[in-house]
Design a protein around this ligand. Sequence first.
Ligand code: ADP
Ligand code: MG
Length: 390
Amino acid sequence: MIELETNPATVAPLGGDSGPGLHLGGLRIPRYVLKRIVYVLLTVAGITAAHYGVPKEFIFAHSVLQHLYYVPIVLGAIFFGWVGGLLTAICVCMCYVPHVHDWVAQEPHYALNQYAELGSFLLIGFVTGILSDRELAVNGRLRQRSKELARANVELEKSFHHLKRASRLSAVGQIAAAMAHEIRNPLASIEGAIEVLEKQHEDTKLREEFHEIIRKQCQRLSGLLTELLNFAKARQPVLTTVTFGELVSEVAVLIHPLMTAKNNLIRVSSDSVGVSVRCDAEQMKQVLFNLLMNAQEASGYGGTIDVRYGLENAMFVLSISDSGPGIAPEDIEQVFEPFFTTKASGTGLGLSVVQQIVSHHGGDIRAFNTTEGGACFLIRIPVGQDDTDG
Ligand SMILES: Nc1ncnc2c1ncn2[C@@H]1O[C@H](COP(=O)(O)OP(=O)(O)O)[C@@H](O)[C@H]1O
Ligand SMILES: [Mg+2]
């Protein structure tokens, strides 16, 4: 970091009263400096006038006035450092000496004290000025540092924006590359199947088999597009109060045929009857559907899926666990990334959609393996958020 030295005595007050000022030859004296000079001189003049005006018999008043001279001296030192302190003290001495001189004949002892005080005026002016110089220097350095910090902050913000833009662009690039990869495989299968059909269209069994391949790959492409659209839409949730158990039942009906085919069982439990939660019902059904589909796909024949939900410390908590093989430890960090899949015909978008919806609800989702070995997805959403349905 470059350290710029500033002349502390010329640092303008924070109020910024640095106006046009006075021009003396080539020298420009700022207005705030002029004002300070005037304050100091006026104070010295005022005290001196009082000194000469008060009759000599008021010794106490003279003593007070004499000590009052320290005020302009200290002011001069604070404003202009040791030079200002010393100059003000000299000015005070010059005003005061004729007055002390008058006392020599009448009260020589008192006059001697006064002369000694002149020395202390000069000392105080000088010492206070040195201290003030030091403080001004520290202040100057602090100002410089804070300017440098502000500059660094602006630079940091700029690079942060660049970084954000770069990471957005790289995310778009990654998604495009992953999509191209996802689409190319089914397209290649379809193309291959059509080629075979063109050559061997007489064979009815083969024709049926390859028609089936084409149909499946078309379904896969269509599924991919649906999930991609869900992912890209990412609208803000419209909150309504829903009885969560009803949502679970609606989604369970959708996957029921798949469950019965593998003799799977869903167990639903809740900490209290009729738990209702403020959420976007459609989006929450999508969350349940994606998680239950994954659980069902992971479960073997006769496997069970446990859905538990309830309220806990102002949070709606939902967990979906299954009796499948669980998530490989090296994959746990990646399962929410778009297009991450370990399935031959997976899209890798289901959990990204889930995570996006949950985070739009102000919540978070975590994946881990249970002690029994299956996977568990735990969602926590704060309750009592602002809603948009009035
Ligand atoms: N219940 C589960 N058990 C084991 N692994 C899971 C489970 N749910 C998700 N995963 C892992 O997370 C990956 C991503 O899931 P997802 O985003 O839904 O995409 P997809 O289901 O298309 O693969 C899956 O391929 C799988 O490896
Ligand atoms: Mg999935």
